[in-house]
Ligand binder design. Structure first.
Ligand SMILES: *Cc1c(COP(=O)(O)O)cnc(C)c1O
Length: 370
């Protein structure tokens, strides 16, 4: 460790940064690796941004609304469920919200719980705070380990639903069972809920220890604008407001998010299209190719490729990943966990992108006998 690094706090000196999916800069890639939305955002978003900026962007001289107040009100109104502004905190992406939750609720003594596999950012955020973690492992069925979460000693438990990278969704009946026994803060990270059959919003009214986290990055085609939010009891929202940056969401992001939420008709249509492409993709890989593929409730597909000899496993998944990358088709491979290493996670793209993916798998199969 260099002398300068050792000036940092000991736990920081030992940290590893989160590894985001590749963002290639040259054109020509079929990019199915970071679960971005394949279609553009509502046209109202660009219109609203142009209007906000005007000719000279003079409004950028001014600080944004510190609480994103109009956006909190719009979010509450668009979800209904008796929610009001006091139930909403907006963040610079939902990653910001997850960070605030960990900052406010987790330390060495107050553990952060999560399942494995799930969103791999949670332990990274806990590490930054020098906090302690408790991991609960799925088995290959990927069914929710309800009793083990109920019995968890964690102060806050982070549950990704639908889960990542599997795409498996958890029903409200199961979540209600978890909530019936778990006394800590249950954070349900619903980044992919708009693609799912069910979501946890209706449980909020009865369970003050439930936090639902949403993002506009996936289903609203706004990953580049960085807006996410928490829905929770007003006392929890107040705690989050104590630990966030006072101007955590910039002016243009607030305007873009408001415009997007105002055009639900547009999003209903394009989300339905992504779901149809997803279901077709799951059938093509599962029934079509005979590859084990989880039923997806998200905008990605988790599948276990078989090579030309009918074999699967970590080396086969790696071979498929490398072959796809060599043909400028980018997906995601998670080799570090036994339940994910033999799978690929494929974001649902346009119909044309999914055809290129399928043709490239065909070519890989023809080349994978040797
Ligand atoms: C993508 C993703 C996020 C991050 O969303 P941002 O709003 O872009 O920060 C959070 N949770 C899960 C499970 C995700 O997949």
């Amino acid at each position: 460790m260099s002398a300068l690094t050792s000036l940092a706090l000991p736990h920081v000196a030992g940290l590893h940064a989160y590894t985001p999916g590749l963002q290639p800069t040259e054109p020509g890639w079929v990019k199915l690796n970071t679960n971005e939305f394949p279609y553009p955002p509502s046209p109202r978003v660009a219109e609203a941004l142009r209007e906000e900026l005007g000719e000279a962007g003079a409004v950028l001289r001014l600080y944004p609304n510190p609480k994103s107040q109009p956006l909190r009100a719009a979010i509450a109104a668009c979800h209904g469920e008796g929610l009001s502004e006091g139930n909403v905190c907006v963040g610079n992406g939902s990653d910001d919200i997850l960070n605030l939750l960990i900052r406010a609720f987790c330390t060495r003594a107050s553990l952060a719980g999560f399942t494995l596999p799930s969103y791999s950012l949670y332990p990274v955020l806990v590490g930054i705070q020098d906090g302690g973690t408790e991991a609960i492992h799925f088995d290959r069925s990927m069914r929710l380990p309800v009793e083990r979460i109920q019995a968890s000693s964690a102060s806050a438990f982070f549950l990704t639903s639908p889960n990542a990278p599997t795409g498996v969704g958890f029903g409200n009946a199961e979540l209600a069972r978890v909530l019936a026994g778990y006394r800590g803060l249950l954070v349900v990270d619903e980044a992919y809920a708009p693609f799912a059959d069910e979501n946890a919003l209706s449980l909020l009214a009865r369970h003050p220890n439930l936090v639902v986290v949403r993002t506009l990055s996936k289903a609203y085609a706004l990953a580049g604008i960085r807006v996410g939010y928490a829905l929770a009891h007003p006392e929890i929202i107040e705690v989050l407001d104590r630990v966030r940056d006072s101007y955590n969401v910039n002016r243009l992001s607030q305007v873009a998010a408001l415009a997007a939420l105002g055009d639900q008709t547009y999003y209903d249509r394009v989300i339905a299209r992504v779901k149809a492409t997803r279901d077709q993709g799951v059938r093509a890989l599962g029934e079509g190719r005979g590859w084990f593929t989880y039923r997806s409730q998200a905008n990605f597909i988790f599948t276990e490729p078989k090579n030309g000899r009918g074999e699967s496993g970590p080396a086969v998944a790696k071979s498929a990943y490398d072959f796809l990358s060599g043909h400028k088709v980018l997906v995601r491979h998670f080799p570090s966990h036994a339940l994910t290493a033999s799978f690929l996670r494929i974001s649902v793209g346009t119909e044309a992108e999914m055809r290129v993916l399928s043709e490239t798998f065909d070519t890989w199969l023809k080349n994978s006998h040797g």
